[in-house]
Structures are given as C-alpha cells and as structure tokens.
Unconditional design. Structure first.
Length: 211
C-alpha cells in the first residue's frame, strides 16, 4: 500500500509544470554590445574655444573614445561637474554654461573621465578655453571645406599639419595660404592639437586623404 502511495506521489510531481523565475539583468546607461570587450580609451578631447570667460558663456566639449561608456569632466574653478552625452557610438558631447559663482580662467585645467565596465581613463584638455592667436585664421582656412571639428579631432606634428594643408590645397581646392598666413595657422595647429597617440602599425596617414 505504501508503495502504491509513493508511486502515485511521484506521478503527480512529474506531471506538475516546471516554473522558471525570470532573472532580470542590471541595465547600464548607454550600453553598447562591444563595451564589455574593450578597455576604455580616449582618442580626442576638445572644446570650442571662446573669446571671453564670463557668466552666460557656453563651453562646448567633445570627447572621442570607447563607445558605451559614462563620460564626465571637471573644470578647475567650476562649481559643478559636467556629464557628457553619447550622441553617437564613441562620441560624447556636453555644454557647460558659466555661472556667476564660477571662477574659471584661461589657465583652468579641464579633466575628462571615461568609465567603461568599472575601468576609468582620464585625459587633460590640451587646448585653452580661450581662443589663442591664429585660431580664427585656422578656422576660416579649414572650415571652407569641412567642419572645424574634423580638425579638432586630430593630433599631429607640425610637418603632418603642413602635409595636410598641402593635401587640402592640391586635392580639395582649398585656397593656398601665403607664407605668413600658413605660419600663423601652423603655429596654432601645432600648439593646440599636438600628437596624442602613437601612430598605428602602418605609420601616420593623412586623416583627410581617402582610404
């Protein structure tokens, strides 16, 4: 009799449906399918330089690096930090509006942090917040053919910048610069956008040349 009850109990248990409880994985902001396989890196960090630093002035920042991360920056003399938004994979942008209590000056250091998978990399802004000599000359010479942000993403030696200017003149119809104009432009580009990372395996390539 006991054996019969055990057999019936086993049959009832076997007939019960299996219930699987769903497990919810944590959701991270700005997820990207490749982020889990990449260590964070920052390839470029730029600002649209302004004429004056005063209340109401907007500082527009661009950061280029590992996609799917969380990017913030700190300006010395600022009363708050700025969180950048990933507007496209690997491109982070944000605007800081100077307030009346901020004490930001042309020499204020700006530090960007990019966090991916609990790993953080840091980059200091190489250029000044205020437009330096030659900035307007470089802007008008380069933006006649393309957005100036393309220039700001690069980091090259003086010779490489000179090669790029020659390429733009020869292949893309940029108006030739006089010797004194070219010196002003090259002085600005060399000082503001110096080399930022070692060249790839194939050596340096003109970023404006077709691939």
């Amino acid at each position: 009799m006991a054996t019969t009850r055990q057999t019936l109990a086993a049959a009832v248990v076997a007939a019960l449906p299996l219930v699987t409880l769903p497990v919810t994985a944590p959701v991270h902001a700005q997820e990207h399918p490749r982020a889990a396989r990449l260590a964070p890196r920052i390839d470029g960090f730029n600002v649209d330089e302004v004429r004056r630093l005063e209340p109401g002035t907007e500082l527009n920042f661009d950061l280029y690096g590992t996609p799917g991360g969380y990017a913030t920056l700190r300006i010395d003399g600022a009363t708050r930090n700025l969180t950048l938004t990933e507007t496209s994979p690997g491109t982070y942008q944000g605007t800081y509006t100077i307030g009346t209590h901020d004490r930001i000056n042309p020499a204020s250091a700006v530090t960007a942090n990019l966090r991916v998978n609990n790993m953080v990399t840091t980059r200091l802004l190489a250029e000044s917040l205020v437009r330096g000599p030659g900035r307007d000359d470089a802007f008008y010479a380069c933006s006649a053919c393309h957005n100036f942000k393309l220039v700001a993403q690069q980091g090259m030696t003086r010779r490489q910048w000179e090669d790029s200017l020659q390429w733009m003149t020869d292949r893309h119809g940029m108006s030739p610069l006089k010797a004194d104009e070219q010196k002003v432009v090259l002085d600005y580009l060399e000082a503001t956008y110096p080399p930022r990372a070692p060249a790839g395996r194939g050596g340096w390539q003109n970023p404006f040349a077709p691939r």
